[in-house]
Design a protein around this ligand. Structure first.
Ligand code: DAH
Length: 358
């Protein structure tokens, strides 16, 4: 066997024996690198006479190609083996039971939303959704808040850049636009709740630029204020899981409802500690009212035929009250210690019959 054939065999068996990508690379450099043995033989071609050079050149090139192909094939083999080993090692047994101490926790916002939805679902409401980037019509005008209405200022709206036609989209300042979208797209009877993110340009101890609300809407031909009251009293009693929470409806104003009310719950603040239930204090928790005829008309519903009620509440606020969370901003700090303390065990979904917050 001449030296080329034995070099070929040597390199091929070294490539086959390489156990790691690094070892294989050493074999490649020793054969085909700048100072490699095959490269060296190529360099000697210049000193040969033309006839010999041609034959030797062809033979060398053939060996070079064969060695390069073998190195490539071995490289793929090693990479596949490494990937398979990693996959085998990282295998996750999804049938293992949840270990609360190592798994994630459900954020109190998600938990509270699930609880509220569970209560209203039990009463026959379905969940509706709408976009977080809204147009002026759905966020304001259709809700009986015309352009010059002072309520627009109270909303601290985030505006998006002006469109070609001069209009500007907004980050929705409340979940009420979902009422409008629902009435535009469904024929009554309507019974929906719409949970989601809302935005206002405001940040201090009790306000964050993004927060969550849940909206409720009932529309048919006969629903009256008595139904609104019964529905919300039932909700409050179930949500707070305290028997006999006093509930008070206090006259108020919202452009999109007439009459309007705010709902307060009874509490006591004895010794600096807030307790929901009996006591001589009151806490406001939500706004509500009978849907304004202008709002029904803006959605193409005849106010002489249809009527109903709406309500809206802040998720963070009711979560803070129920779970004794003192500072609003901590909801958004993504602090794991906080989440371990205030979070909820996954897969333990709240239900009215099985318990909301066991
Ligand atoms: N959209 C109101 C707000 O963000 C809350 C609200 C009050 C919603 C009364 C309603 C309602 O549907 O009837 O402050």
């Amino acid at each position: 066997m001449d030296n080329l054939a034995s070099l070929r065999d040597e390199v091929l068996s070294a490539a086959a024996a390489a156990a790691t990508a690094a070892e294989l690379d050493e074999v490649r450099v020793a054969a085909l690198g700048k100072k490699g043995r095959l490269t060296g033989l190529m360099k000697e071609l210049g000193g040969l006479d033309p006839e010999t050079r041609k034959a030797r050149g062809q033979a060398l090139n053939a060996v070079k190609d064969e060695v390069a192909a073998a190195l490539d094939a071995r490289k793929t083999e090693l990479e596949d083996a490494a990937l398979n080993a990693r996959l085998a090692q990282e295998v996750a047994d999804v049938t293992l039971p949840v270990r609360p101490e190592v798994s994630g926790m459900i954020h109190p916002i998600s938990q509270t939303m699930d609880e509220v939805i569970a209560i209203f679902a039990q009463m026959g409401f379905t969940v509706a959704e709408g976009p977080e980037i809204e147009d002026d019509f759905h966020n304001f005008t259709a809700l009986n808040i015309p352009p010059e209405h002072p309520a627009r200022q109270m909303h601290d709206t985030f505006y998006l850049p002006e469109q070609a036609d001069g209009s500007r989209f907004v980050l929705r300042t409340h979940t009420s636009p979902v009422q409008i979208r629902t009435m535009q797209n469904q024929t009554p009877p309507i019974r929906i709740v719409a949970p989601g993110r809302t935005y206002r340009c405001d940040s201090d101890m009790t306000h964050t630029p993004m927060f969550h609300q849940i909206e409720g809407l009932v529309i048919d031909k006969a629903t009256h204020f008595g139904h609104l009251k019964g529905c919300l009293v039932e909700f409050v009693q179930t949500f707070f899981e305290v028997s006999e929470v006093p509930v008070r409806f206090r006259p108020s104003f919202f452009p999109f409802t007439e009459p309007s009310a705010e709902v307060d719950i009874g509490c006591s603040r004895k010794g600096g500690e807030l307790t929901i239930g009996a006591g001589d204090g009151w806490l406001e928790i939500l706004g509500c009212g009978m849907v304004h005829p202008n709002v029904l008309a803006a959605c193409g519903l005849d106010p002489d035929e249809y009527q109903g009620f709406a309500f809206g509440m802040g998720i963070e606020r009711i979560a803070m009250l129920k779970y004794g969370i003192p500072d609003l901003r901590t909801f958004f700090d993504a602090d794991l210690r906080w989440l371990k303390h205030y979070g909820f065990v996954p897969l333990d979904l709240p239900t009215v019959t099985g318990g909301l917050s066991r």
